[in-house]
Design a protein around this ligand. Structure first.
Ligand code: XIL
Length: 366
């Protein structure tokens, strides 16, 4: 029954979007009180954002966003009921020296989330990137490395036990050919079996958290998705506590709409897993002057709602997260030089067509 309901709702949402065309419905409108993303959302779907801090922000000409920008925090609390530390739980940030953890910023996000009725997505435990130098450049035996990972997982996951909705346990473990990434220190040194161990340890440390595989480049079917499906089947057959598969969904208007995402998510739903969209943004090539055209904004709104509707159409897609909500703090211009304007709000938190399109699609799905 739920399958039919969700699918029917997605069709309605798509129809609602078509009927407004390129012209966004303005605040309020036909949906009455459903004025924010979180209040418009169906009860079984969390609407989240990355919480800006660490990573690229450190080199930007503004103070650390989350602790310093009051307006940012107000919008974060108002619009979202899920929060993902953008960098604050990554190894380099939370575990900067072998015998020292830096929990302050992650603690502050978890506390804020509790106060505002938000779930937290923990990100991430086993990744090739943003690892501290002491780890990447240290000399360790295999046994030492294994115990370093195990201790880290028990320490970090254990600290937030009961307070994390979902953990991205393994992040970006496959390359574009569906092969295990050799630049991943854990996989290179300990072999791919370490992935199963990471899930087992995370589950022991917090039995209630939903444990995810997370990656980009899985928005369309292909060898990478095939690799994840094979891995998911194997882990489930081996009774490893894997609970979910997530598409990051860092989209670019250079590569077209994510019109096959629903079918990808459905493959994992069919295995009995939760699915999620964890890092959605939609970047575009900025015209001279840096201001997107109306047409670009309409296309961007369509990509956002296509992604949302994919999630809404899949039964157990239970979390939908934007990788930031304002261009003011987006990672995109820093990492993709000619592209930008990737989030749903301008620098001053003014709402773009993509914001209204998402909110209307959510309201139509309730
Ligand atoms: C990005 C952050 O947004 C930046 O601040 C940081 O400098 C680099 O990482 N996939 C992921 C995220 O899983 O953790 C990345 O976040 C974006 C790509």
């Amino acid at each position: 029954m739920r399958k039919t309901t969700r699918a029917a709702v997605a069709v309605l949402a798509a129809a609602a979007l078509l009927s407004i065309g390129a012209q966004p419905v303005q605040a309020g409108g036909a949906h009455g009180k459903k004025q924010t993303l979180r209040s418009a959302a169906p009860r079984d779907l969390r609407i989240g954002t990355a919480v800006a801090g660490g990573g690229h922000h450190v080199d930007q000409p503004y103070p650390d966003p989350f602790p310093n920008d009051k307006q940012y925090r107000a919008v974060l609390a108002h619009e979202f009921n899920s929060a993902s530390p953008e960098n604050q739980m990554k190894w380099e940030f939370i575990h900067p020296e072998r015998d020292r953890y830096n929990f302050g910023p992650a603690d502050a996000i978890v506390k804020f989330a509790r106060k505002h009725g938000q779930a937290v997505r923990g990100h991430t435990l086993l990744w090739h990137s943003q690892n501290p130098a002491w780890l990447e450049q240290g000399t360790f035996t295999k046994a030492e490395l294994r115990s370093i990972l195990k201790k880290h997982i028990f320490t970090v996951v254990g600290r937030y036990r009961g307070q994390i909705h979902q953990w991205d346990v393994a992040n970006e473990i496959f390359d574009g050919n569906g092969a295990y990434r050799q630049e991943n220190i854990w996989i290179r040194e300990l072999g791919p079996e370490i992935v199963a161990d990471a899930f087992r340890w995370a589950h022991q440390a917090d039995p209630k958290a939903q444990l995810f595989l997370n990656d980009y480049g899985v928005e369309w079917p292909g060898v990478k998705v095939d690799a994840y499906e094979a891995l998911a089947r194997q882990l489930l057959a081996d009774r490893v506590p894997l609970h979910g598969f997530a598409s990051q969904a860092h989209l670019s208007m250079r590569y077209g709409a994510p019109d096959q995402l629903q079918s990808v998510l459905q493959r994992f739903d069919d295995l009995g897993l939760y699915t999620a969209v964890t890092e959605l943004d939609v970047r575009m090539d900025l015209p001279e002057g840096g201001v997107p055209t109306e047409e670009q904004l309409a296309t961007q709104a369509r990509y956002y709602t296509t992604t949302l509707n994919a999630c809404l159409a899949v039964d157990d897609c239970n979390s939908f997260t934007l990788w930031g909500f304002t261009d003011k703090y987006s990672w995109v211009p820093v990492f993709f030089p000619a592209e930008g304007a990737a989030t749903v709000m301008w620098d001053d938190f003014g709402r773009k067509p993509a914001y209204y399109a998402l909110r209307d699609a959510l309201a139509a799905a309730r």
